[in-house]
Design a protein around this ligand. Structure first.
Ligand code: G6P
Length: 614
């Protein structure tokens, strides 16, 4: 959701904060703000509604000096996005400032108590309450900032990643977290704090991932100190980052989304690297090895996820049922966590999450664990909260995904789920060796086939031009291509703000068919396979009502060509693997339509990459 970055050391803080905020902007871009303490001990706070660029413009003739500072980019939860509600927030005396990612659920009660004690609040945010509370405790108990933060957080219900500085103590920066991510970079003689590692990697590769209810006290020229809320000292675990700087830059593309779409031949290959050797009939997935007996005995698989990751779970449902003959349920994490689901110890729960930080998915993981299930993770971000909370799992290795609309993370998730399903089938003996081998070879060929689809970009741009002014769109698919239809519709609505729905093709006649007229673009996945003829009939039904048809078909198809307004020919593959290829043209179509409509492709309105609030 919000992004936070902070620095203390010998360098100028402001350029580090601004660059970091730009890297974190994918997390929220309603407003941005910074605070620095200069050499004379003055605390300067600048904040602005809008993007980081607007903040930079606003601060350009102001005093931005100081080698301690904090910065924030906001995705509004409490209070509308405006200058006042932007972070950093002041304490009562205005000597202390705080930035926050998360939600303080009991802020109203704390605020009421502070108002009784004479505190005055400027904003409607829960964050400002926390700044006041910390200072109030510090002044009344006459304790150091770190202890005041600990005491304040003991009163707090909710999620937070916070950083606090105080102009009366310009050599200390205090950071703490619960339920929201936080990484601390350890430099030679300085410290960096951020919501993820992207603002840190160009300065240091040594990092500490703060755990829940831990408070880090970062003092100039001193070692890092970590304590928990019970005041127990914790030895920091310093890890080395594997992230590379190039992977978080645009590399000549106009947008991160386009770069990430084009990275898919490579990212899918990376998801399989070291895990699959078709010629040896070999799948090896280190992170689930310890759970092989569970795979053998599993009575059910439950996928929990949100957004695009949930669509990957739906593809997983087809794969695991078909290949490993195990019943599968796919659940929205946000619903699952608030039901009282029946979970058996023989169930395997698989959480799918690009960021590994989605609050609902994380809470669903904890719930499934508490009910005794084996919980595995399929995450992209290494070391993320879900990856750490699960009993095992597989990273997708897609590399950082910056565009808010997920693309390469989806294909990487589907790749990993396919390998897992094949592996499970092998362990359970549910698949003939010849079919198993054939699928392994088909998997190895997928990156090349994606490469071929990317060559259709010019054709896709032309089709996009036809539909750029549409107000609605319908996406249809059957079987394993139904989730692809859902994902195609989600991509379009996320970035172009065109209303779009994905439907199982045969269900169209129970509702959406009423919407079809000559204005309605209908995108159909009609590749060769068991349901092909049925989908062809659905296309006829659309055509009879004058809908405009764009069909994704298998190379060489002639039947659909005669009916559709446009066909997008993709290479042939096994029917079960079609999602990995068929989704690519739909991503590109959405991308071009959004660009033609002048939308902000990488940072669509109201969305955030990583949703760390409920
Ligand atoms: C947000 C993002 C989506 C993503 C979803 C789940 O809504 O904008 O792109 O699919 O969260 O995120 P996760 O990180 O758990 O996959």
């Amino acid at each position: 959701m919000c992004g936070i970055v902070a620095y203390i050391g010998k360098r100028e803080a402001y350029p580090i904060l601004v660059k970091g905020l730009q890297r974190l902007e994918y997390r929220g871009y309603d407003s941005a703000g910074v605070a620095m303490i200069n050499a004379k001990g003055t605390l300067n706070v600048y904040k602005k509604k809008g993007k980081v660029a607007e903040l930079v413009d606003f601060a350009k003739d102001k005093d931005i000096s100081g080698n301690i500072g904090i910065g924030h980019t906001r995705w509004a939860t409490h209070g509308e996005p405006n200058d006042v509600n932007s972070h950093p927030h002041y304490s009562e005396t205005k000597d202390m400032v705080l930035i926050h990612n998360g939600i303080i659920e009991n802020y109203a009660a704390i605020k009421a108590g502070l108002i009784k004690r004479g505190h005055k609040f400027l904003s409607q945010t829960d964050t400002e309450v926390l700044a006041h509370l910390i200072e109030d405790i510090q002044l009344h108990e006459n304790i150091k900032m770190g202890h005041a933060v600990q005491a304040a957080l003991r009163q707090v219900i909710g999620a937070y990643a916070i950083v606090v500085i105080d102009k009366n103590d310009p050599d200390t920066l205090v950071a703490a977290k619960k339920g929201s991510p936080m990484v601390i970079g350890i430099g030679k003689d300085d410290f960096f704090v951020a919501s993820d590692a992207s603002p840190i990697i160009e300065y240091t590769k040594n990092v500490v991932y703060l755990e829940d209810e831990q408070v880090a006290i970062l003092r100039r020229d001193k070692d890092i100190k970590i304590r928990n809320l019970k005041d127990k000292e914790i030895t920091p675990y310093v890890q080395e980052l594997t992230l590379e700087l190039e992977s978080i830059e645009k590399g000549g593309y106009d947008h991160f989304m386009l770069k990430e779409i084009y990275e898919q031949p490579r990212s899918v290959k990376d998801s399989m690297r070291g895990r699959l050797i078709a010629s040896e009939g070999y799948i090896k997935m280190g992170g689930i090895e310890d759970h092989e007996r569970k795979f053998e005995k599993a009575k059910r698989i439950i996928f929990i996820a949100c957004g695009t990751s949930w669509h990957a779970g739906l593809v997983g449902e087809y794969l695991f049922e078909e290949l490993a003959r195990v019943p599968v349920e796919v659940e929205y994490a946000s619903e699952f966590r608030y039901r009282n689901p029946v979970i058996y110890p023989e169930d395997i729960v698989i959480a799918i999450s690009q960021s590994g930080e989605t609050a609902d998915t994380l809470a669903a993981v904890e719930m499934a664990k508490s009910k005794g299930a084996t919980v595995l993770g399929v995450c992209n971000v290494v070391g993320s909260s879900i990856a750490r909370a699960t009993d095992g799992g597989s990273y997708t290795h897609a590399g950082p995904e910056i565009g808010v609309a997920s693309t390469k993370a989806f294909t990487a998730q589907v790749t990993v789920l396919t390998l897992m399903a094949l592996h499970m089938a092998k362990v359970r003996g549910t698949l003939k060796e010849s079919r198993y081998r054939q699928l392994l070879y088909e998997m190895e060929a997928i990156p090349e086939k994606i490469e071929e689809v990317l060559k259709l970009n010019d054709q896709l741009r032309e089709i996009a031009y036809k539909y750029k002014d549409s107000r609605n769109a319908l996406y249809l698919g059957r079987g394993v291509s139904f989730p692809v239809a859902l994902e195609g519709a989600l991509k379009l609505k996320e970035i172009s703000y065109i209303h779009a729905e994905g439907y199982p093709a045969a269900e169209m006649k129970h509702g959406p068919i009423a919407l079809i007229d000559e204005e309605m673009p209908v995108f159909v996945i009609a590749t060769k396979g068991a349901n092909y003829e049925k989908v062809v009939s659905n296309i006829q039904e659309v055509k009879a009502r004058k809908g405009k048809i764009t069909a994704v078909v298998t190379q060489g198809d002639t039947e659909v060509k005669g009916m559709a307004d446009d066909v997008i020919e993709i290479p042939e593959t096994d029917e079960l693997l079609v999602p990995l290829i068929a989704v690519i043209p739909l991503q590109l179509l959405s991308y071009h339509i959004a660009v033609m409509r002048g939308c902000n492709v990488d940072q669509p309105r109201n969305l955030a990459k990583s949703v760390t609030v409920e």
